[in-house]
Design a protein around this ligand. Structure first.
Ligand code: MCA
Ligand code: AMP
Length: 498
C-alpha cells in the first residue's frame, strides 16, 4: 500500500507532537482529524493554491491536499503582482487555501477561498474523519515554481513517488527516525522548507518545530529543549557562525544536535570550520534541486566530508558528462565510483531516479530540453568526483542563474522587471559574491534620463513589488552604456565592478 504519511493513518504515534509553530501545535491525532476533514472538502477540486505563510495552516493545507490527491501549488506570500499573476495564470488553481484573516492580493480574487481554520476543522469533523484514498505514486502532488535564466518561473510538477523516494533515501543517509525533532525556519513555498522540512518529519512520524523566522536565539532555544536536527541554507549557518563568537550558549546548543544539515547552495569551508571548531559538530551538506528533490548527501554514518555534497542517495543514478555528451564519471549499480574520480575532471551532473519531477507545467519544450535523449536530467551544475566518490560541486553552467540566500533567481527575470520601470533604458543583472548571501543580485542600469536617474532604493522596491523581495537588487550601479559584443549581446564579464 502506498501512503505518504503512514504515521497519520496508523495512529501509531497519535499523541506525539507532529507540528509546532510558535506556541501553536498539533499532535498526530489532531493533524489526522484536521487535515482529514479539510481533505474531505477538497474532494474533486483541480489544483489548489496554498498561501504558504510559515504557519500551521500551510502545513495542514498541504497535508490535506496530499491526502485528498489534489495537487497543491504553494505560493510565496511575498510574491509581487507580476510573479503571482504568472503563477496563478499558469497553474490555474480552482481554490486557494489560506489562514483565516489573511488578506489575499487581487491576483487571487477570482478564486474560491477555503479558510484553513485548524481548530474548527478538528472540532467540526469529530473523531470520524479518515485520511483519504490510497493514490497512484505517479500522480502529481505539488507544483513548485522555480526560476530559469530567462522568462518567468516554471512550475515543476512533483509526483507523490518523488516525495516518498527522496524522504526515504534521506532517512537512510541521515538515520532519520520518528524520534527526531527537527527545528527549521525556512520558507514553506520551496522544496527545502516544505518537502524536506515539513513533509519529511511527518513521513517519519517525528516532530517539527518551525521558528516562523530565522534567528540564532530560536535555534539555540529549540536545540536546548530537545530538538535533534537543524535544516538551513548556508546564509543561516553563516549567521550562526558569526554569532558563535559572542554566544557560548549557542555553541553548546549546536553541539547537542544529532545532525546539522545545510543545503540549497554551497556552505563555504570557512563556515564549516568555524562551526566545527566551536561546537564539535560537523555540518552535513546535501545537494538537491526543485526538479530532482535530493540527489546526494554526506552520510550521517560516514566520514565528515566538508566541501563536498557526499554521495548519491539510494536509488539515485548520477553521472558527470562533458560538453560533447561523453560520461566521464559515474557509479556502478553497487554504488562504486567509476571513470575519472580523480578530483579534477569536471563534468555536468546528470541524474535519474524515482526522485525526479515529471514535467514543467505547460512547458513541453522546456521539459524536453531538460533531459538527454537517454532520459537523464541535466542539472546544469558542474562537479568533480573525489577519489572516495564524494561529489564536489565546482560551478554552474548558466552564469545567468544567481543563488542568493539559497533562493534561485534568474537574471533575465530581474532585467525584464527593471526594464518596465520608466526610469530605466537598459539593464543588466548578475550575481556578485556576498559573504552573507553567497551571491547578491547586482544591477547595472543605463537610466532613461542620465540627469535624473531613479534611486537604487526605488529600483529595489520596484523589483520587490513586482516579483519578490528576495529578488531585489542589493547593489545598483548607474552606467552610461552596457558593454556589448558585435551582435549586441551584453558582455556581463565586462560590467564594471568596484
Ligand atoms: C527589505 N525587505 C523588503 C525590501 N527590502 N521588502 C519589500 N521591499 C523591499 N525593498 C524586507 C523583506 O521582505 C524581509 O521582511 C526583510 O526586509 C529582510 O529581507 P531580506 O533582506 O530578503 O532577508 P535576508 O536577510 O536576505 O534573508 C536571508 C534568509 C532568506 C532568511 C536566509 O534568504 C531565506 O529564508 N532563504 C531561504 C531560501 C530557501 O528556502 N531556498 C530553498 C530553495 P521580513 O523581515 O518581514 O521578513 S532551493 C531548494 O528548495 C532546493 C531543492 C534545495 O537544494 O534546497
Ligand atoms: P533550486 O532550483 O532553487 O531548487 O536550486 C537548486 C540548485 O541549488 C542546484 O542546482 C544547485 O546549484 C544548488 N544547490 C543545492 N544544494 C547545494 C549544495 N549543497 N551545494 C551547492 N549547491 C547546491
Amino acid at each position: 500500500m502506498f501512503s505518504l504519511f503512514p504515521a497519520l493513518v496508523s495512529g501509531s504515534v497519535a499523541d506525539r507532537s507532529a507540528l509546532r509553530f510558535g506556541d501553536r501545535s498539533l499532535t498526530y491525532a489532531e493533524l489526522a482529524v484536521s487535515a482529514g476533514a479539510l481533505a474531505g472538502r477538497l474532494d474533486g477540486a483541480g489544483r489548489v493554491a496554498v498561501w504558504a505563510t510559515p504557519t500551521l495552516e500551510t502545513a495542514v493545507a498541504v497535508v490535506a491536499a496530499l491526502l485528498a490527491g489534489v495537487p497543491a501549488v504553494p505560493l510565496n506570500p511575498r510574491s509581487g503582482e507580476t510573479e503571482l499573476g504568472h503563477i496563478v495564470g499558469d497553474s490555474a488553481p480552482t481554490l486557494v487555501l489560506a489562514a483565516p484573516g489573511d488578506a489575499l492580493p487581487a491576483a487571487l480574487g477570482a478564486l474560491d477561498r477555503i479558510d484553513v481554520d485548524v481548530r474548527a476543522e478538528a472540532v467540526s469533523a469529530g473523531p470520524d474523519a479518515e485520511p483519504g484514498p490510497v493514490l497512484d505514486p505517479g500522480a502529481p502532488a505539488l507544483v513548485v515554481y522555480t526560476s530559469g535564466t530567462t522568462g518567468p518561473p516554471k512550475g515543476a510538477v512533483v509526483p507523490r513517488r518523488a516525495i516518498a523516494a527522496t524522504l526515504d533515501a534521506l532517512a537512510d543517509a541521515w538515520r532519520w527516525t520518528g524520534d527526531d525533532v527537527l527545528v527549521h525556519a525556512l520558507p514553506l513555498f520551496h522544496v527545502h522548507g516544505l518537502i524536506i522540512g515539513i513533509l519529511g518529519p511527518l513521513r517519519r512520524g517525528g516532530s517539527v518545530r518551525h521558528l516562523g523566522r530565522f534567528g540564532a536565539e530560536g535555534v539555540a532555544r529549540e536545540l536546548d529543549a530537545g530538538a535533534t536536527m537543524l535544516f538551513g541554507v548556508p546564509t543561516m549557518y553563516h549567521r550562526l557562525a558569526e554569532a558563535l563568537g559572542e554566544d557560548p550558549g549557542l555553541a553548546k546548543a549546536l553541539g547537542r544536535a544529532r545532525l546539522l544539515v545545510s543545503g540549497s547552495a554551497a556552505l563555504p569551508l570557512h563556515d564549516h570550520e568555524r562551526i566545527t571548531a566551536a561546537t564539535g559538530r560537523g555540518v552535513v551538506e546535501r545537494y538537491g534541486m526543485t526538479e530532482t528533490l535530493m540527489n546526494t548527501s554526506v552520510r550521517a554514518d560516514g566520514p565528515p566530508r566538508p566541501g563536498t555534497v557526499g554521495v548519491p542517495l539510494p536509488g539515485v543514478g548520477l553521472r558527470l558528462v562533458e560538453d560533447d555528451g561523453t560520461a566521464i564519471a559515474w557509479y556502478e549499480a553497487d554504488g562504486t565510483p567509476a571513470g575519472a574520480h580523480d578530483g579534477e575532471s569536471v563534468g555536468e551532473i546528470q541524474v535519474r531516479g524515482p526522485n525526479l519531477f515529471t514535467e514543467y507545467l505547460n512547458r513541453p519544450d522546456a521539459t524536453a530540453a531538460a533531459f538527454t535523449a537517454d532520459g537523464w536530467f541535466r542539472t546544469g551544475d558542474m562537479a568533480v568526483l573525489d577519489p572516495d566518490g564524494s561529489v564536489r560541486i565546482v560551478g554552474r553552467r548558466a552564469t545567468d542563474l544567481i543563488k542568493s540566500g539559497g533562493y534561485k533567481i534568474g537574471a533575465g527575470e530581474i532585467e525584464n522587471a527593471l526594464l518596465e520601470h520608466p526610469g530605466v533604458r537598459e539593464a543588466a543583472v548578475a550575481g556578485e559574491a556576498d559573504a552573507d548571501l553567497g551571491e547578491r543580485v547586482a544591477a547595472w542600469i543605463v537610466p532613461a534620463d542620465p540627469g535624473a536617474p531613479p534611486s537604487a532604493e526605488e529600483l529595489a522596491d520596484h523589483v520587490a513589488g513586482s516579483l519578490a523581495p528576495h529578488k531585489r537588487p542589493r547593489t545598483v550601479r548607474f552606467v552610461a552604456a552596457l558593454p556589448r559584443n558585435d551582435m549586441g549581446k551584453i558582455l556581463k564579464r565586462e560590467l564594471p565592478r568596484d
